[in-house]
Design a protein around this ligand. Structure first.
Ligand SMILES: [Mn+2]
Length: 281
C-alpha cells in the first residue's frame, strides 16, 4: 500500500499541499478510465450516503469495511461541504478507496462540483488551510468520479436517481461527465433528482430548474428498462438515516448527522435481496 494512504488509514489528519496532490493523483489514476456506470462485482453490498464533512461518520464506515470483509462498499457521493472536517473527510474517503481498490467504489454526488463547492463551504475550507491549487486537485478528482453503479438483474445506485428520457445503461455511458460541473442534463439529473411517492412520471423539482422529481411510473419504467430490482440513492436528509420508496424497491440513505438532525446509517443488501440498515457511530 502507498505510504501516504497507509498513514491516513492509520489516522493521519494533518496534510501538506504535496500530500493532497499525491492522494488526488492516485485517485484520478484509479478512475481516469472508468465508465460513467461501473459494474458491481459482488452481491454483498453496503451503500454509504452523504458524508458532508463529518469525519466521525467515515471513521465508522472504515470499521464496517474491516468487519464486513466480504462486502463491496459503494459511496454515493457528497463527501465535503457543510460539515466540520471537510478536508479530512474527503481525504480519508480517498484513502479507503486506495487501500481497498477492489472493495470500495466512490461515486460522484451533486456536491462534487466547483459551483456547488464554492457555495456550500468546501472551496473556502480548502482556501483557509491551503490554496486555489489544492482546490484544483480536488476538482480534478470530481471530474473523474463515476456517476452510477450497476449489477444486471440486481441493483442500480447513484446519488440522486432516475433521469428523464433515459431508457438504457448505454445511454448513460454515452454521456460526458468530464467537467468540474454538470453541463450534461442526464448526468445532472442522476445526481440531483429526488423520488416522490405517486403515480406520475416526472414533475419539476424546487432544488433547480434542471432537476426533477420522479414518481412511481418513471421509477418502474426505468427499472424494467435497465433490468434492476432495487435502487440505492442518497441526497436527501432523512431523520432516521434511511427510508424506502416505491414498495421498498428504492432505498434512500444518509450517513451524516447533519448537525444532529439525522441518526446516520449505511444500508446492506445481500444476495437474498434483504435490505438491512446499519447504525453507524
Ligand atoms: Mn446531494
Amino acid at each position: 500500500m502507498d505510504a501516504l494512504v497507509q498513514s491516513i488509514f492509520n489516522g493521519k489528519q494533518d496534510f501538506t499541499q504535496e500530500e493532497i496532490w499525491h492522494l488526488a493523483g492516485l485517485t484520478i489514476d484509479h478512475y481516469r478510465a472508468s465508465p460513467n456506470v461501473v459494474t458491481i462485482p459482488s452481491q454483498n453490498l453496503i451503500f454509504v450516503g452523504d458524508l458532508h464533512g463529518e469525519l466521525q461518520s467515515v471513521l465508522s464506515v472504515q470499521r464496517y469495511i474491516e468487519k464486513y470483509n466480504n462486502h463491496y462498499f459503494i459511496f454515493l457521493g457528497d463527501y465535503a461541504d457543510r460539515g466540520p472536517e471537510q478536508v479530512e473527510t474527503i481525504n480519508l474517503v480517498m484513502a479507503l478507496n486506495l487501500a481497498y481498490p477492489d472493495r470500495v467504489l466512490l461515486l460522484r454526488g451533486n456536491h462534487e462540483s466547483n459551483e456547488i463547492a464554492a457555495r456550500y463551504g468546501f472551496y473556502h475550507a480548502v482556501l483557509r488551510e491551503f490554496s486555489v491549487d489544492v482546490f484544483k486537485y480536488y476538482s480534478s478528482v470530481f471530474e473523474v468520479l463515476p456517476i452510477a453503479a450497476y449489477r444486471e438483474g440486481f441493483v442500480f445506485g447513484c446519488h440522486g436517481g432516475v433521469p428523464e428520457g433515459v431508457a438504457s445503461i448505454e445511454e448513460i455511458q454515452a454521456r460526458n461527465r468530464r467537467n468540474p460541473n454538470f453541463p450534461d442534463d442526464v448526468i445532472f439529473q442522476l445526481v440531483w433528482n429526488d423520488p416522490r411517492e405517486g403515480n406520475f412520471k416526472f414533475y419539476p423539482n424546487e432544488r433547480s430548474s434542471r432537476a426533477r422529481h420522479y414518481g412511481q411510473i418513471a421509477f418502474d419504467t426505468f427499472m424494467e428498462n435497465i433490468n434492476a430490482q432495487v435502487m440505492f440513492r442518497a441526497h436527501e436528509v432523512i431523520p432516521e438515516g434511511y427510508c424506502t420508496f416505491f414498495q421498498k424497491r428504492l432505498v434512500s440513505v444518509f450517513t451524516a448527522t447533519y448537525m444532529g438532525r439525522v441518526r446516520p446509517k449505511i444500508v446492506r443488501i445481500g444476495s437474498s435481496g434483504v435490505i438491512e440498515p446499519l447504525d453507524i457511530r
